[in-house]
Design a binder for this molecule. Structure first.
Ligand code: SF4
Ligand code: SF4
Length: 83
């Protein structure tokens, strides 16, 4: 039980660290729905629908690694730092 509580505390701490980095910002005007960001995300936080021209991110899953930002060919993504 102590191990379980420790794990939960570690996960909460990691979440705080990720959140302190900011959030991924999305510019729909620049997005071509190519799905490269979805494919490159190591934790499957991004979902892109070419058909519906839709892009979503789960900020509770995103670890702010910025791989998607680096991969996006149209610069539609950026890391918006917390003020
Ligand atoms: S990589 Fe960029 S252009 Fe492609 S779907 Fe993602 S945000 Fe849109
Ligand atoms: S910052 Fe990293 S974890 Fe978050 S959506 Fe982009 S690739 Fe996925």
């Amino acid at each position: 039980m102590a191990n379980f509580k420790r794990k939960i505390a570690q996960i909460k701490l990691l979440r705080k660290i990720f959140e302190s980095r900011g959030q991924i910002s999305y510019n729909c005007d620049k997005c071509t729905h190519c799905t490269l960001c979805e494919k490159t995300c190591p934790v499957n936080a991004i979902t892109v629908s070419r058909k519906d021209k839709n892009w979503t991110i789960d900020n509770n899953v995103c670890v702010r690694c910025t791989h998607c930002v680096a991969k996006c060919p149209t610069k539609a993504l950026s890391l918006k730092k917390n003020i």
